[in-house]
Design a protein around this ligand. Structure first.
Ligand SMILES: NC(=O)c1ccc[n+]([C@@H]2O[C@H](COP(=O)([O-])OP(=O)(O)OC[C@H]3O[C@@H](n4cnc5c(N)ncnc54)[C@H](OP(=O)(O)O)[C@@H]3O)[C@@H](O)[C@H]2O)c1
Length: 335
């Protein structure tokens, strides 16, 4: 660990996102002078095997986390609302993974490949919803080249999007199903094994879920197109990690799939996998653990014609949708 770097705190270090943050800091050789791991009282003194060696988790205190240069929050929105602003009072840069500040006009919502400049000099920065982060990685290069009139998305979201305990529920209840035992559910509103559930977060008055509206609100904010028509159907599926999304766009200018393919092949943070003849396209099994968001199945849309495109994206939502994006923001904000 370098001694001339930043002192970083991860709050929620035992969770699905927090544990990934530790390994991303290591893999990207983030300039660290110290790493403090915080969680709840439940995890006090828990030892974590990390690429930095065995580290001890401490119960969160405002004073201890405030003393760091960068605070990565991987906790609930309620926790973030209570502590995020106070954490920055002594100069720390706070990067929040919850939805608590994403719609606050004074808080930038950042995907560094798209609007990283907004993070510079900020004390509090919001990390986007995981489905949105994966989507905009493919959407932004197409928007820049062809303009956007409409965006229609259907998601296939992994269980780890609901946290570490939700993955344990998938494994436990799948074992129960296979053994012929009763299948229960706690984190999901219905049993998740061998099921798909078109319900993530709470239903809103307009019939959409809050998860679906997050995709609408956050895509508009990140692309800086306040009235962009976006519609999403968000669905939970029994995979462990990496969210997949079927996307249809209507563009402002005519879009040639071959040109779109070329643009996406050159976009930072995107990996083009689009060779149907070789059965090559984005999938959770190949996207899991990868930093780049996979894009493929690119084709002219039958309804919008020459101004329409269909494609499929898949990205590791614990990485680009959370831990990786947060560390990339820290690299910009704390530079
Ligand atoms: N999972 C994803 O794909 C994803 C993607 C983007 C954003 N997010 C957001 O990231 C945040 C974390 O999600 P997650 O999936 O990592 O959840 P998780 O697996 O349930 O982890 C939650 C973490 O919060 C800690 N925590 C709970 N109460 C605490 C308290 N009072 N003080 C300190 N720490 C406390 C837990 O510690 P204990 O172990 O001690 O309970 C645990 O480390 C959420 O806001 C979520 O919406 C998640």
């Amino acid at each position: 660990m370098r001694v001339d770097g930043k002192r970083v705190a991860i709050v929620g270090a035992t969770g699905a996102v927090g544990t990934e943050m530790i390994s991303v800091l290591h893999r990207r050789a983030f300039p660290l002078s110290g790493l403090e791991l915080f969680a709840s009282e439940r995890s006090a003194e828990r030892k974590l095997d990390t690429p930095f060696g065995t580290l001890t988790v401490k119960p969160f205190t405002l004073e201890a986390a405030q003393a760091c240069d960068v605070v990565l929050l991987a906790v609930s929105g309620d926790f973030a609302k209570k502590h995020a602003r106070a954490l920055g009072e002594k100069g720390a840069v706070v990067i929040d993974n919850s939805s608590a500040f994403r719609y606050d006009p004074d808080v930038p919502l950042v995907v560094p490949e798209i609007n990283g400049r907004l993070a510079r000099g900020q004390r509090l920065i919001a990390n986007p919803n995981c489905t949105t982060a994966v989507l905009v990685m493919a959407l932004n290069p197409l928007y820049a080249a062809f303009g956007l009139e409409k965006v229609i998305v259907s998601s296939y979201q992994a269980t780890s999007g609901a946290g570490a305990a939700a993955v344990e529920e998938l494994k436990r209840e799948t074992a129960n199903w296979l053994a012929g035992r009763e299948v229960g559910h706690e984190h999901f509103v219905h049993p998740i094994p061998f099921n798909v559930i078109p319900h993530i977060d709470t239903f809103q008055d307009n019939g959409y879920t809050r998860e679906e509206m997050k995709v609408v609100w956050e895509t508009r904010k990140i692309l800086d197109v306040p009235n962009l028509p976006v519609s999403c159907t968000a669905v939970r599926i029994p995979t462990i990690r990496a969210h997949a999304e079927a996307v249809t766009i209507e563009t402002a200018k005519p879009v040639d799939p071959a040109v779109a393919r070329q643009i996406l092949s050159e976009a930072p943070g995107v990996r083009l996998i689009d060779d149907p003849a070789a059965n090559a396209y984005p999938m959770p099994l190949t996207a899991s653990g990868a930093y780049d968001v996979e894009v493929g199945r690119i084709r002219q849309n039958l309804i919008f014609g020459e101004r329409g495109l269909d494609f499929f994206v898949c990205g590791d939502q614990l990485l680009k949708g959370a831990a990786l994006n947060a560390v990339q923001i820290a690299e910009v904000a704390a530079a």
